[in-house]
Design a protein around this ligand. Structure first.
Ligand code: HEC
Length: 300
């Protein structure tokens, strides 16, 4: 009798649950039917292969040189690179220019200096210790000329990233994926897929970017025979910007590797020490077993 009531209540509850599920499913279906078209979010930049990725990552000197050329001939018309000095181009782990090349390069720039004895500012040829000058007097002037202020490029590859979401952001920290910024810059430069609108970009949030398509095939003349395509330019300049944002990347990775080796050896040594100490204690315990409580054996 009691069982029968229980079963009755059970099936009534089950039926109610099914009915509730059915109605909510129907509502969901009805709501997802034809309606206002949602604005599409921009897709995630595709992941690229980079020489500087991974535990043993290092910059490809040839690529940095080409990337610098793209920066110098194209991007520097609008973007500043305020935290990089000419001499940095000769730093170890960088594009690998010689001191003489850097000196010659710096001299091609005009640097505002002063005031002189007469209290006036003047222009002089650049020196290796000077920082890259900017074409615009200030941010406001750039904004007026271009419609939006072009961000400084020194840290851009580290400052721009995108949401990877769960669970990718957890996996990224395990597989050491740290190239989101370079991937984004590469995707952005390849993302001008609407030929009728040079300010439409697939990867820019909202798709409308104030920077008109900056690259086109054949624009930069590489002396080393690398392909003169937008794809190649984009990859090279993204790598160069990664170096600008993290010039000590190679050093950091080298040190990280050494620390890992040290920790592994240290853990092994600790294990041996632990075994050594406890083997003596264990021997004592087995000797004293039967003659009294174990604790007394260890203490005595
Ligand atoms: C004609 C001027 C101009 C040139 C040349 C130019 N840019 Fe830009 N860039 C801009 C402006 C303006 C913005 C700001 C866009 C905005 O906020 O809508 C910008 C923004 C960017 C951004 C940031 C996008 C973001 O997510 O905020 C990146 C990255 C970038 N440029 C890379 C480059 C690279 C690399 C080059 C050289 C290949 C280059 N730009 C050449 C004007 C330029």
């Amino acid at each position: 009798m009691r069982q029968g009531i229980g079963r009755g209540i059970g099936s009534a509850f089950g039926a109610a649950l099914m009915a509730a599920l059915a109605t909510s499913a129907a509502t969901v279906l009805a709501e997802s039917g034809p309606g206002p078209v949602e604005k599409q979010e921009q897709p995630n930049p595709p992941r690229q292969e980079w020489s500087f990725a991974g535990l043993f990552g290092h910059y490809d000197q040839g690529q940095l040189k080409r990337g610098f050329q793209v920066y110098r001939e194209v991007c520097s018309n609008c973007h500043s690179l305020a935290l990089i000095a000419f001499r940095n181009l000769a730093d170890p782990g960088g594009p690998g220019f010689s001191e003489a090349q850097v000196k010659a390069l710096a001299a091609t720039y005009k640097i505002k200096d002063g005031p002189n004895d007469a209290g006036e500012m003047f222009e002089r040829p650049g020196r290796p210790s000077d920082y890259f000058p900017w074409n615009f007097a200030n941010e406001q002037a750039a904004r007026t000329a271009l419609g939006a202020a072009p961000p400084d490029m020194s840290l851009l590859a580290k400052a721009r990233t995108y949401e990877r979401g769960f669970p990718l952001f957890l996996i990224d920290s395990i597989i050491q994926y740290q190239e989101q910024g370079a991937d984004y810059i590469d995707a952005l430069l390849n993302g001008y897929t609407n030929d009728n609108d040079l300010n439409w970009n697939e990867y820019f949030p909202g798709h409308k970017i104030a920077m008109p398509k900056p690259l086109s095939d054949g624009l930069v003349d590489y002396p080393d025979g690398a392909p003169k395509t937008v794809q190649q330019y984009a990859k090279d300049v993204a790598a160069f910007l990664m170096w600008a944002a993290e010039p000590k990347l190679e050093e950091r990775k080298r040190l990280g590797f050494r620390v890992l080796i040290f920790l592994i050896v240290y853990a092994g040594m600790l294990l041996l020490v632990k075994k050594n100490i406890w083997s003596r204690a264990a021997a004592k315990v087995s000797l004293d077993r039967g003659s009294g409580p174990i604790d007394a054996g260890i203490d005595g």
